[in-house]
Design a protein around this ligand. Structure first.
Ligand SMILES: *[C@@H]1O[C@H](CO)[C@@H](O)[C@H](O)[C@H]1NC(C)=O
Ligand SMILES: *[C@@H]1O[C@H](CO)[C@@H](O)[C@H](O)[C@H]1NC(C)=O
Length: 428
C-alpha cells in the first residue's frame, strides 16, 4: 500500500492501518475446506485467547425470527426470543432505539414492527404489520432515523416510510417506481429489481442498487422528494446487489462507492462527486475485479451468484460467493490500493479468501467491535458461522470461532438440506 492510501485510510479510520498483505492465502482456504467438509468431518471450535465477549444477535430465516447469543465460542438460541411465522421470511431487519425492530417479509407486502428489548434480548411475538410494496428484501434508516427505505426486489420499487413516530408506527410517504430497461440476463433480469437502498454519508441522497436493470438509481431526499436525480449504469449483466460508500479523504462526503454484481460475480468501484446541480450525485467507473481471487475460482462459474458486500472501518471490503459448486462457499477480502507509485487512483486488490463455513452465504455482518464476522449460510450443514478477523491484516480466520448448524433452524429437514439463516446482526 502506498503512503497516500495509507494516509487516507488513516484519516478515515482514525488509527493507523497496517499492511494488508497476506502471506499465504492458499493455506487459509485449504484448511477451511478441510474443516468444513460436508460429509461429516467434525468441527473443532477454536480456543479463544482473547475475550470475545457476549453478543446478542437477531437472526431471520424462513419461518423464524429469533434471538441468539454468541459468547465467543458457542451460539445459544434465546428462550425469550423466538417468533415462529410459517410462510414468512424476515430476510432483512433493522433495529431502532430504544426498542423497535422492523422486519421485511419478502414473501408478502408487509413490513412488520416487533418489540425488541435490547437489555434482555427479548423479542415480543405479535408484530404490527404495515402494508407496502410486495417483495421487500432490504431496509435502511436515514441518518436522522426519520425515514425507512424499503427496497422491493419483487416490484422494482422503493417505499419511503415515515418512521419518526415514537411508537414505531410507519406511514407510507411514497413509492418510487424505478424506471429503465432490464439487463441482458433472461433468467433473473426479467424486470427491474431494487435490492438495496444505501444512504450517502451527507444524508441528502439514497442510492438504490437495481439488480434487474444494471443500474444504481440516485434518489434526492431533499424535502422528502426522493425523485430520481441520476441513474448510473453498471456493466451490462452485472446485477448490482449490495454496495456501500467510502470516504477515503476522511471528509463528510463520500469519495467512492463499491458494489457487488450478483450475476457477473464482479466488484465494481466508482468515484463519487457532489458537484452536479441536476444529478446531485455523479459516479465515475474506476475499477472492477472478480469476486474470486485468481487462485480460487468457483467449480461452476455459470451458477455462481455473489451475495453480500461488507465494508470494514479500515476500508477493507468483504464479499460472499454463493452457488459456487464448491463443497462450501466462500468470502473474499479486498483492499483498495494505489494503482502505482505515480498514480494514486485506488484499485481493488484481492487479499485473502476463506470458506463461509457453509453453503449459500446470503448475508454477513460485523460484531460491534468488528472483531468477529457473523455469516448467515442458507444451506449446507453449517448455518451461522462466526469468523475471527485479524485486526491488523483484516484476514478472516478460516477456522470458525463457533458454528450453529442448520438443524437449529429447520428441525424437520435432514442435516445439510436445511433452509438456514438469511440474516444475522448483533443488536444493541
Ligand atoms: C473451489 O474448488 C476449486 C476446485 O477444487 C478450487 O480450485 C478453488 O480454490 C475452490 N474455490 C474456493 C473459493 O474455495
Ligand atoms: C453449473 O451450473 C449451471 C447453472 O446452474 C448448470 O446448468 C450446470 O449443470 C452446472 N454444471 C455442473 C458441472 O454442475
Amino acid at each position: 500500500m502506498t503512503q497516500y492510501l495509507r494516509m487516507v485510510l488513516t484519516l478515515l479510520t482514525g488509527f493507523a492501518v497496517a499492511r494488508l498483505d497476506v502471506a499465504d492465502d492458499t493455506t487459509v482456504l485449504r484448511s477451511a475446506a478441510h474443516v468444513h467438509s460436508r460429509d461429516g468431518v467434525s468441527l473443532t471450535a477454536k480456543s479463544t485467547p482473547a475475550d470475545l465477549g457476549s453478543h446478542k444477535l437477531l437472526v431471520g430465516s424462513a419461518g423464524q425470527l429469533r434471538g441468539i447469543d454468541f459468547d465467543g465460542t458457542v451460539f445459544t438460541p434465546r428462550e425469550n426470543a423466538l417468533v415462529e411465522e410459517s410462510g414468512k421470511a424476515a430476510s432483512w431487519m433493522i433495529f431502532k432505539e430504544p426498542n423497535l425492530l422492523y422486519a421485511v417479509d419478502e414473501n408478502s407486502d408487509q413490513v412488520r414492527l416487533f418489540a425488541y428489548d435490547p437489555e434482555v434480548g427479548a423479542l415480543t411475538g405479535e408484530p404490527r404489520p404495515f402494508t407496502g410494496t410486495p417483495g421487500a428484501v432490504h431496509l435502511a434508516l436515514t441518518q436522522d432515523q426519520k425515514r425507512l427505505i424499503a427496497s422491493s426486489y419483487g416490484k422494482g420499487a422503493v417505499d419511503i416510510w415515515d418512521s419518526s413516530a415514537a411508537d414505531g408506527t410507519l406511514q407510507l410517504i411514497k413509492t418510487i417506481m424505478l424506471v429503465g430497461a432490464p439487463g441482458p440476463d433472461t433468467a433473473v433480469q426479467t424486470q427491474l429489481r431494487a435490492h438495496q437502498g444505501v444512504a450517502d454519508p451527507t444524508g441528502r441522497f439514497v442510492v438504490v442498487n437495481d439488480l434487474g436493470g444494471d443500474m444504481i438509481h440516485v434518489l434526492d431526499a431533499a424535502a422528502d422528494s426522493y425523485s430520481i436525480s441520476n441513474v448510473v449504469k453498471t456493466d451490462p449483466g452485472c446485477g448490482p446487489r449490495h454496495g456501500g460508500f467510502l470516504q477515503l479523504d476522511g471528509g463528510a462526503q463520500a469519495t467512492h462507492y463499491v458494489v457487488v454484481c450478483e450475476i457477473s460475480n464482479m466488484v465494481q468501484l466508482f468515484s463519487v462527486s457532489y458537484g452536479d446541480t441536476t444529478a446531485g450525485l455523479t459516479y465515475k467507473h474506476v475499477h472492477a475485479v472478480s469476486t474470486f481471487g485468481a487462485a480460487f475460482p468457483p467449480v461452476n462459474a455459470t451458477s455462481a451468484r455473489a451475495g453480500e458486500l461488507l465494508i470494514a472501518k479500515s476500508g477493507a471490503i468483504y464479499v460472499s460467493n454463493r452457488l459456487t459448486g464448491n463443497q462450501t462457499d466462500s468470502i473474499s477480502h479486498f483492499a483498495l490500493e494505489a494503482k502505482s507509485n505515480d498514480d494514486t487512483t485506488p484499485q481493488l486488490v484481492f487479499k485473502s479468501g476463506v470458506s463461509s463455513g457453509g453453503v449459500g452465504p446470503r448475508m454477513m455482518s460485523w460484531s460491534h467491535d468488528e472483531e468477529v464476522m457473523f455469516v448467515a449460510n442458507m444451506n449446507g450443514v453449517n448455518g451461522l458461522v462466526a469468523l475471527k478477523k485479524d485486526s491488523t491484516t483484516g484476514v478472516l480466520d478460516g477456522v470458525p470461532l463457533g458454528v450453529l448448524t442448520n438443524e437449529a433452524f429447520a428441525p424437520d429437514l435432514p442435516v445439510g438440506q436445511g433452509f438456514g439463516p438469511m440474516f444475522v446482526q448483533e443488536v444493541a
